[in-house]
Each structure stands twice: as structure tokens, then as C-alpha cells.
Design a protein around this ligand. Structure first.
Ligand SMILES: [Zn+2]
Length: 378
């Protein structure tokens, strides 16, 4: 497998293809077929694209940026859309379809630009409601029906209301809930390193600590990888694994690194981007809870919660949060991360955040005071 990685100074046919895509999106002005070079203008356009799409702003066209750039060319109506189980369709047209269906009151789940089973069900529902054959395939007549209907919801976020309602209905008891723990690195991929520590070893150990605590509260817990894993899955593979478990929540564990040794702190990420409708409300809430609990229980610097469209966040159907637990390249953070007691504190903070997701507002104890013993009684 070749690794897609184009950056400033690169040349070749792939670069002219990238230039064409950026020009079609209005981010670059290639009037005449210019040199096939990844120049300063391309670098700027790629950064702008990454910013707009909630990707990490690097100026480098890696596999994810390349794929999202390719998906961006589709406008609603350009092609037939349907649920292809083996290889779901992705693109801006799927995202537009989901947003439109959601405005019309149909339940598409997360507006993520991935045509999955819930989008399929919503399309069939629309077709039944408008006298069309409910075959789940979006063609000209379905597009026409979509354009004709007036939104029943304006301003509000029906998907958010629906997600909150589902959460309330799930009840506040932990037994029966399903949570996936994703150690972000493992196997040959050791992740970030610094001060004699390896990210993979830290997140594997932490994953086991969280698993033990969640299992003790009756939560069914899955790990996306472990010492016995034979195949290393990429982010989309791990997202699909999580989707198959039918989990309610997912936590992806990481440790950050930076060339500047003074960079430090904890941050959390959830699915969302600049484009309207693309935001996991429960993901945002869960990220905020994890952030708060960790900041309250440790002296890690608060680097806050942020919306991103990274593969794992985007392709998971449940509320997923990625946690970057300090910097392995920072002396203080590394000393904390090396300490087993500190890892226990982090594990406890995450388990308490899981519980808090299900506690109706107003019923939760102040941040940092809820402990595992309390959870058993809830
Ligand atoms: Zn990582």
C-alpha cells in the first residue's frame, strides 16, 4: 500500500489533479493549465480547505485530506445515491441529502456525509410519504420531492433533539450500556515518544484500566485492539468495528507530542465542522464532560474541547471522543503519564464522564466529586 503524502515542492500528475480539485472548489485560481507544482498557492488552498473541513491544518495532502478533497466535488443530484453495504457512498452530496432530510424531520442519525443504514431508512420514509417507490435509491424523482417539501423544522436542530431524547430514554443506569475503548496506537504503531515513554504503551495500559472500571459498573466494554490483536485496523476500520458493537459511546485514547517541549495539557475532540448541521451534540457534551473531569482531578493544563472531522470521529455512529492526555514531549506531563496512580485518576475521570452523560441535567454532583463507589448506587 502506498502512502498518500503530497506537500510543498512536490510535482507530478497527482499535483495537477489536486490543483484541479482545489480550483473547482474556488480555493485556487488555475485559469490556464499551470505547472504541475505544489506551490505556495496550493499550500495556502490546502490549509484553507483543511480548516473549513475540520481536518488538521498541515498543508499536506495525506490520505484523509485526499479522500475528503475527492468527496467535495459531488453536488446533490450529480449521481444516484443509495446504501451500498460493502462500500458506503461518501461525499458532499450525501451530506446535503442528510441535512435536507433532517430539516424535513426524518431521522438520519449523525450528519456525516456517509450513506449508511439510517440514511437509507430515512430516504425510504421520505419516499413512502411522497408516494414514491420506497426503494431507498435517490434518483431524479426523489431529488425533486426533496426540493418541493418545505422544512418542518427551521432554526432548531432536530437531530440534536432526537439524540438528547434517545439519551434520556436510555436511562441513567450504567448496566446494559455499551462503550468502546480505542487505544489510539498499538502493535507496530508506537505513536508519539518522549522522556522514555511510548504513546502506544500508555494508551494500552490506560485502556485496560478503563475497561476494568467500566466492566465493574456493569457496562459492556469493547477494546478496538489489545495485546492479542492480529490485525491492526486503521481509523475507519476501528470505527466500523465500533459501529458493529452497537455502542452508545466511544473513547479514543491518545497522548500528544510537540517539537516545543513547553507544549502541554489535555484536550478533547468530537465530531463536527464549520458546515451547518455537522455536529455531534452528544459528542460535544461527552467531550466537555471528559475535559472537565480530567481538569478537575489533575493539574494538566486545560486545552479545551474542539470539533474535528477526523476519520474515527466521522465514521462512528455513536458519540465518540478523542482524548489527547498531555504531551509526552513535556517533562511535567511525561512524569504524570509515567505514574500508575495518575493513570488510575484519568481512568476514573473518564468512567465518571460516561456516567454523567446519562444523568439528567441538575441531578449531577459537582465535577470532580463523583467517585466510582457512588456510581454503583445510581
Ligand atoms: Zn495518537
Amino acid at each position: 500500500m502506498t502512502t498518500v503524502r503530497y506537500r510543498l515542492g512536490d510535482t507530478g500528475p497527482a499535483i495537477s489533479e489536486i490543483r484541479t480539485k482545489l480550483t473547482l472548489l474556488g480555493l485556487l485560481d488555475d485559469t490556464a493549465p499551470g505547472p504541475h507544482t505544489f506551490d505556495e498557492d496550493v499550500d495556502r488552498a490546502v490549509r484553507q480547505f483543511q480548516q473549513e473541513r475540520g481536518l488538521t491544518v498541515t498543508g499536506v495532502v495525506d490520505a484523509t485530506t485526499y479522500r475528503v478533497l475527492d468527496e467535495a466535488r459531488w453536488r446533490l443530484g450529480d449521481r444516484l445515491l443509495s446504501y451500498v453495504v460493502a462500500n458506503p457512498q461518501t461525499g458532499d452530496d450525501v451530506l446535503a441529502l442528510q441535512r435536507r432530510l433532517s430539516e424535513l424531520g426524518f431521522d438520519v442519525g449523525q450528519v456525516d456525509g456517509v450513506f449508511g443504514p439510517r440514511t437509507d431508512e430515512a430516504v425510504r420514509e421520505l419516499q413512502r410519504n411522497t408516494g414514491l417507490t420506497p426503494d431507498g435509491t435517490c434518483g431524479p424523482s426523489t431529488f425533486k420531492a426533496l426540493g418541493r417539501l418545505a422544512p418542518i423544522v427551521t432554526g432548531g436542530r432536530p437531530d440534536t433533539l432526537r439524540a438528547s431524547e434517545a439519551l434520556r430514554r436510555a436511562g441513567k443506569r450504567l448496566p446494559g450500556k455499551v462503550v468502546v475503548i480505542d487505544p489510539g496506537h498499538g502493535g507496530a504503531d508506537r505513536g508519539n515518544t518522549g522522556h522514555g515513554l511510548e504513546e502506544a504503551a500508555i494508551v494500552e495500559d490506560l485502556g485496560a484500566r478503563i475497561e476494568g472500571r467500566l466492566t465493574a459498573t456493569g457496562v459492556q466494554t469493547y477494546l478496538t485492539r489489545g495485546p492479542g490483536s492480529e490485525v491492526e485496523l486503521d481509523e475507519i476500520g476501528r470505527a466500523e468495528f465500533a459501529n458493529e458493537t452497537g455502542a452508545n459511546l466511544m473513547v479514543s485514547l491518545h497522548v500528544d507530542a510537540h517539537p516545543n517541549p513547553s507544549a502541554s495539557g489535555v484536550s478533547t475532540y468530537y465530531y463536527g465542522g464549520d458546515r451547518p448541521g455537522t455536529m455531534s451534540a452528544i459528542g460535544e457534551q461527552f467531550a466537555g464532560l471528559i475535559q472537565r473531569e480530567i481538569v478537575a482531578r489533575t493539574d494538566l493544563l486545560n486545552c479545551h474541547s474542539h470539533a474535528k472531522t477526523w476519520d474515527l470521529l466521522r465514521h462512528t455512529k455513536m458519540a465518540t471522543v478523542r482524548v489527547e492526555l498531555g504531551y509526552v514531549t513535556n517533562e511535567n506531563d511525561a512524569a504524570r503519564l509515567a505514574d500508575p496512580d495518575f493513570r488510575d485518576v484519568i481512568a476514573e475521570a473518564i468512567v465518571v464522564a460516561v456516567q454523567r452523560v446519562y444523568l439528567p441535567t441538575g441531578e449531577d454532583a459537582p465535577t470532580g466529586v463523583l467517585h466510582l463507589d457512588d456510581l454503583a448506587q445510581v
